[in-house]
Design a protein around this ligand. Sequence first.
Ligand SMILES: Cc1ncc(COP(=O)(O)O)c(C=O)c1O
Length: 358
Amino acid sequence: MNFASDNIVGASAPVLEALVKANGGALAAYGGDDITKRVKARFSEIFERDVSVFFVTTGTAANALALASAVPPWGLGVCHREAHVIDDECGAPEFFMHGAKLVGLPGVAAKLDPQALAAYLKGLPRAVKQMPPKALSISQATECGTIYQQDEIAALGRVCREHGLALHMDGARFANALVSLGCTPAEMTWKQGVDILSFGATKNGCLMAEAIVVFNETLTEGLDYRCKRAGQIISKGRLIAAQFEGYLANDHWYDNARYANRLARKLAEGLGRLPGVRLAWSVDANEVFPILPQAVDQALRAAGVQYHPWTALSLAPNETVGADEALVRLVVSFSTEEAHIDRVVEIARSAISQRAAE
Ligand SMILES: Cc1ncc(COP(=O)(O)O)c(C=O)c1O
């Protein structure tokens, strides 16, 4: 039973079928093929306006290249201090920004507060010694499994515009956030001021397919060259496009995300009902962060359940993890078996009953 992440599973059947269909015959390389053209046009349909789309193979590449298009080498990128871009990408954004830095701000549940952001930006010295802030990156869903509501994105977008920052969204779990909000892709992005998006699809059903979606045309300048220099102009581009074709057809991406979110809620409800267990943050998408008694953590691990411990950095001020407790992350994917959810809750329940009986 593996809840370590949503990328521990393979690709979903419609994606694989689309790949097989796209596989035969000779087609133009490097994205010059008709499948790529068709899928890029499909992105404009999905976002209800013209968008520029650049396919890449990892979320790290999408984030690093998107941020590099917004932040010059002397600039500053702002994000949450737990953001994937600052914590989990080995400096790739800074590498592709050619010397620019990222700064991580605190915020409960890995979310940034517009007022705190505005105060931070106002407090920066206006001097040549200070790298000027040029972009804000937010994760949707966040690293704590929470999501920004539309008005929260809009409020951050306004602060960005007032201070001359571009707004980047890391949408590694874009579909999970979208179905949770129940709004359209447009409403979750450019309508709230998002300039550039890392559109993730790998975690939710593709083999390796991510897209940089640009709403603010000024950010497309040189982006194709940046992609090429990062080794992200893919020679058999049709096979990346085909993954998106299978993923986006017949609402498959929505179905996958709805399934994962539903099971995550089920897991959260099952664990949250047990005495001594509480949830660190609301379960808005497909990730569950319970604070477990150590005995439960040990019982789950002994039964072979895999998941990661998590940092308490972004807990609410009135919450702490006790010495006899563990804060952990369980991630549910589009292909997690429902029986595994029941099993995890059952193991936790019996560990708690056993401890009570001792
Ligand atoms: C919030 C977030 N952003 C981006 C990524 C993409 O990372 P990768 O380069 O592994 O595809 C991940 C994957 O774990 C993530 O959780």
